[in-house]
Structure formats: C-alpha cells, structure tokens
Design a protein around this ligand. Structure first.
Ligand SMILES: [Zn+2]
Length: 447
C-alpha cells in the first residue's frame, strides 16, 4: 500500500529505534512500589517456606507442561503480533536436560538467570544477617548504581510473603527479557522465534528488554498503519503468563513460587503505569511526530533529534528523581512521604474493574497514556539547569548522581504540579497491584 510505504519513508521506525537508548527501567526499583502497595494488607504478612526452583519444577513437571501449552494457546489468540513459540522449546517434549534452562527456554526468557533464593532488603533495614550477594548473582546486568542489598536465603527458610513479592517485583529488570530478539546476538535468541527487535536499541543489553516492558496500546491508527512493529510488545503477555504460573504454584502447594511469580507479573503491570512506557512521544501529537520525521527525511534532522533526545532525558530524570526520594524516605522510615502514602491509599481501588487479561493495556496503559502529555510539560517546568540536563544521559551512565541538581530553585507551584502527576500514578500503581493480587490466593495447595 503506497500509504504505508510513504509513512515508512517518513522514518518513524528510525525514531522509535532511537527512543529509550538508556532507560527502560520504568520506576527503577519496583520493590519500593510493591512494599508500600501491599504492606497494609495482612494477608501478605504470612510467612512462606522457600523452595528452590528445581524442586518446584521437578515435582510439577507434567502439569507445568500442560499449563504452558494452555498459555501459548491463549497468547496466540489474545496477544497482538505474538509470534508462535517454536515446538523445540515445548517444556513437555524439550530435549534440554537441565530443568531450569528447559523451563526458562519454554518461557522464552533469558536462560542465564540462575534465580537463586534471596530477597532484596529495603534501605533503612537492620544489618543483614547473611553476607549480601553481589548483583551478578541475581542479574545478568553488570552495572549497579543502586547498591541494593540482596540477602541470600537457604532452602526451607521462612520469609514473609510481602518480602518475596516486593523483591520479585524488581526481578524482571535483572535480565529475564534481555537478548531475546534474533538480532541480539545471544546464543539462544535465534531459537526463540521472536523475530527482529521492533524498537529500543538492539546493541544495548537493557535496550533489548524495552518491547517486553513498554506497550504502546493507544497510539493513533495512522501510527500503527505506518509502523506496525509498534504493536510488537509483550508486557501484557508477561503479566498473564506469570499470573497463570503464580495461580498454579499456589494451587499445587508451592506458595513461595506463587508469590515470586506474582511479583514478576506485578512488575509489568507497574511498568505500564509509567507514562513513558505507554506512550511513544509524550507531549507530542501524532501530527508533530510525523512532521518532524518528514523534516528529518528532507535533510532537517534537528527537530527529530531534539524530540527523541528530550524523551530519553525526561524518562531518565523522572525515574531518578523518584527513586532517589524513595530511597531517602525508606532510609528515614518516613511513611509520610507522599508517594508512599499514595501507594498505600486504597480509596480509589473500588473505582477500577476487577483484574482481567486486558487490564494491563485497557486500564493501566490507557490511564498512563492520558497522563503523558501533562507529565512531559510539568517536568519541563521544573528543570532549572538545562545545560546539565542536556548531559543527563551521559551522567546517568557514569554512576549515581543527585537528581535534585537538575531542578534546584524550581518554583514551589511547579514542583507541586509535577508531584501531583507522579502521585496519581503511584496511587494507580498501588491500586493495580492490589487488584492484580486480589485474583491470586494461596489456597494451601487446594484448587
Ligand atoms: Zn521493567
């Protein structure tokens, strides 16, 4: 269709590829969200007994094979642009003898994750009783500017469901979705059948997870026509998969894995509450997006470069400001921090529908998409050191830094306006986390 070709020529693809070169982490530390969101619910104070993954897999091998088959059938008919899983990866018939690798390959996630027993300790906690694990024991990403404490656990040790959930909700950012596309040059990506990476930077490890953690479900028809690959993103599929696995683990008497899988699923739902994960270019209309691409094609690249750079910088600063404030609040045990209060606030929970397969795209992503424009303008209003801000991509690659430097001296009114938008997203992240968990119950092994 000439129309389609025409818009391809406009270079939307190139723009998307360039978006998010550095930041695909959404709220940066999901334990900071999950702990307040579920901390007020007594049911998550219960203790569960840890169990190694291999034990769960060997005990439930046959039923897991059946569950994953049903999950594949669901995805094929419910997830747009979902590529079928190659039969060689089928958990029931796979030739892979290592059960963990067999399982991870059947899920089509990175098989190099060891998934040891551990919990992340929040800042301000007591001195850890066991020597913390290095980041490399839990993650395939070498860079660690957060300094999180990962405390190893023994098999059979008791741990609260809340801690398992909080810790696990951060885990999908440790590499599960890294290197899965056929152009990612990993030993397994050619087996997976996902095809070429649709957007995000295929050369940067964390850039390769973008299409699993971002979902552009509410762009205009013209954008989908011009760039159909925008549809190829799978946070909703991941949320569904881990919800099914969690339900199964609870029903078969493996509550530790019930909560760990549930935490993984929560991650994707929470990611979609970040407006920069549900919107291609926050603050820019479709017409603007198309126009700047057209200008780029006729040899005027400035407007596109500036728009793409702005999206990336804003994404980084929004996340960094929030994670820094959270860290300080946890260190000081400050439960009056507005974002913690918003996450704990249950007053809006009943205004949302119950959790369903399409909740991530039709409720979470839709709402955050609607907030994206205001957020981009509100952020612009508080950035005072624009020179420094232009360098934030580089600064964020070099180590930890003080995000407040970028907004020093911003007016109180503008800060309040900005915080009000983030606070609303936090209230939703809290509500959605409880709504998701409301459909999962530890039945003590009974169906
Ligand atoms: Zn994520």
């Amino acid at each position: 269709m000439p129309f389609k070709i025409h818009f391809r020529i406009l270079g939307i693809g190139a723009a998307l590829l360039a978006i998010l070169p550095l930041s695909a982490n959404a709220w940066t530390n999901h334990a900071y969200l999950t702990h307040p969101a579920l901390g007020g619910q007594t049911e998550y104070q219960v203790e569960v007994v840890t169990e190694p993954l291999e034990s769960f897999l060997s005990k439930e091998k046959i039923k897991i094979g059946e569950l994953l088959k049903a999950e594949e059938t669901w995805a094929l008919s419910n997830v747009r642009s979902y590529p079928a899983a190659p039969p060689a990866l089928d958990f029931s018939t796979s030739k892979e003898t290592n059960l963990r690798i067999r399982f991870l390959k059947a899920l089509r996630v990175n098989p190099n994750l060891e998934l040891p027993l551990y919990v992340m300790q929040l800042p301000g906690g007591p001195p850890p009783k066991n020597k913390p694990l290095p980041k490399s024991a839990v993650s395939i990403l070498a860079r660690d500017f957060q300094g999180n404490l990962y405390i190893p656990l023994q098999s059979g040790e008791k741990i609260s469901a809340l801690e398992v959930l909080s810790s696990a909700s951060d885990e999908p950012d440790y590499g599960l979705d890294i290197g899965l596309w056929e152009d990612n040059d990993t030993s397994f990506s050619k087996e997976y059948g996902y095809g070429k990476q649709p957007f995000g930077n295929p050369k940067l490890d964390y850039g390769t997870q973008a299409p699993f953690h971002m979902g552009f479900y509410h762009e205009s028809t013209i954008v989908y026509k011009a760039a159909p690959f925008v549809k190829k993103s799978f946070p909703e599929q991941r949320a569904h998969l881990y919800h099914s696995l969690a339900q199964f683990a609870f029903q078969t008497g493996h509550p530790y894995w019930g909560y760990r899988f549930a935490g993984w699923g929560l991650h994707y739902l929470q990611d979609l509450t970040m407006p920069y994960h549900s919107t291609i270019m926050p603050g820019r209309s479709t017409l603007t997006m198309l126009s700047i691409n057209l200008l780029d094609m006729i040899g005027i690249p400035g407007p596109k470069e500036s728009a793409v750079g702005e999206v990336s910088r804003a994404h980084i600063l929004i996340e960094k400001l929030l994670v820094q404030e959270f860290r300080e609040a946890f260190q000081k045990h400050d439960n009056s921090f507005i974002m913690i209060k918003a996450l704990r606030d249950t007053s809006k929970d009943s205004t949302y529908p119950v959790f369903s397969d399409q909740f991530p795209s039709q409720v979470a992503a839709k709402e955050s998409r609607a907030a994206a424009g205001d957020l981009s303008w509100a952020l612009k209003a508080i950035v005072t050191d624009t020179g420094l801000y232009m360098d934030i991509e580089k600064i964020s690659m070099e180590g930890d830094y003080d995000a407040r430097k970028f907004i020093a001296g911003a007016s109180e009114k503008d800060i309040l306006n900005y915080n009000r938008i983030i606070e609303k997203q936090m209230r939703s992240a809290g509500a959605f986390s409880r709504i998701y968990m409301g459909t999962l119950k530890d039945s003590g092994g009974k169906k």
